[in-house]
Design a protein around this ligand. Structure first.
Ligand code: PLP
Length: 334
């Protein structure tokens, strides 16, 4: 089983500290979520009806066709069922569910980094920006990779879970003419509403692809996959451009603040997004453990000796993090 950020069960058990006394920095979920309004009552009482969510996703995010899904995790799990066993290239350091789901379905997963050949690859999975490193990929390079993959009937899967703070860098914001009315074959774009909008608990995301891929995907996911209330909330959130605009500015500033704070304490973050910083560090577990003893829960990546640190939710938490980093430095002055 893969561990994920945000699961404080482990932290509570290991450190004997109750849930209310943790500051959770282990996820990349926005600590200032979109303010959820009251959901119209009747939506709880009938099956989800056709609504304007796909059109809203088209207008606000640029999807030619979008399928609402119960979180993009559902798509990550279903896509490997839609191809016979093949060779799938995935970065060795990214959201681990991609590799897990392809392997589980009998595909061969190749640890792939940009610059390596795509000659014998059938499916390339790119998380853009990458979680946890923050590495980004330009639309030009993504289209190049797509072109070489589709020659052999391959797929390019672009997971934009962390893209909403920088929508101008989304593949959807710069679609070439040939892709505007329908995405070309072999391209899948995933967008969760969990991170930037902070709606992780609503389990709602969107997937875009050509109808030839989207239809079998929809069939596999089944009818009414997303609840009416979640669909309604997603629509309101996507249309709230005033909130989105000010939140982007806020998160950019807070991300710089986090980077600066880490540097001030002698750490060297090597990347990140508006929602987290990535800190490869030879004593990553020691730092993770020290911060946990102070009630600060970060995400430790065992295999890569690194920590992902999310944004503190308020001034008290910023101060707490600063104190935790300071006390680490005085305890281990290396
Ligand atoms: C890169 C990435 N993609 C996809 C997901 C799945 O998120 P959701 O199912 O909430 O859309 C996550 C969750 O952490 C993620 O980090």
């Amino acid at each position: 089983m893969i561990t994920h950020g945000g699961d404080l069960t482990q932290a509570i058990q290991r450190y004997g500290r109750p849930l209310a006394r943790w500051i959770d920095l282990s996820t990349g979920i926005n600590p200032h979520p979109w303010p959820v309004p009251t959901v119209p009552l009747e939506l709880w009482h009938h099956l989800p009806r056709p609504d304007d969510l796909p059109e809203t996703a088209q207008q606000q995010l640029g999807f030619p066709h979008a399928l609402p899904v119960p979180g993009t995790q559902s798509v990550i799990q279903v896509l490997p069922h839609l191809r016979p066993p093949c060779r799938v290239a995935i970065s060795p350091i990214t959201y681990a569910e991609h590799a897990l789901c392809w392997k589980r379905q009998g595909h061969t997963v190749i640890s792939w980094t940009p610059g390596q050949s795509l000659d014998d690859i059938d499916v390339l999975v790119i998380v853009n920006p990458n979680n946890p490193t923050g590495q980004t990929f330009s639309p030009a390079i993504l289209w190049d990779w797509h072109t070489s993959l589709i020659r052999r009937g391959g797929w390019l899967i672009v997971d934009e879970a962390f893209m909403d703070a920088t929508p101008e860098q989304s593949l959807l914001s710069q679609l070439p003419d040939f892709a505007r009315s329908t995405l070309p074959p072999g391209l899948v774009i995933l967008k969760g509403l969990g991170k930037f909008f902070g709606l992780a608990g609503a389990r709602i995301g969107l997937v875009g692809a050509s109808p030839t891929l989207l239809n079998p995907l929809a069939d596999m996911i089944g009818p009414w996959p997303v609840s009416g209330p979640a669909r309604w909330l997603a629509q309101q959130a996507l249309q709230d451009t005033t909130w989105q605009y000010s939140m982007r500015n806020r998160l950019k500033k807070e991300s710089v603040r986090l980077h600066t704070l880490l540097e001030q304490h002698g750490f060297r973050p090597q990347g990140g997004t508006a929602l987290f910083q990535w800190l490869p560090y030879s004593h990553a577990y020691r730092l993770h453990d020290h911060l946990a003893q102070q009630g600060l829960w970060t995400r430790h990546f065992d295999s890569f000796n690194g920590l992902r640190i999310g944004l503190p939710p308020d001034e008290i938490s910023w101060q707490h993090l600063s104190d935790g980093l300071l006390s680490y430095r005085s305890r281990f002055s290396s």
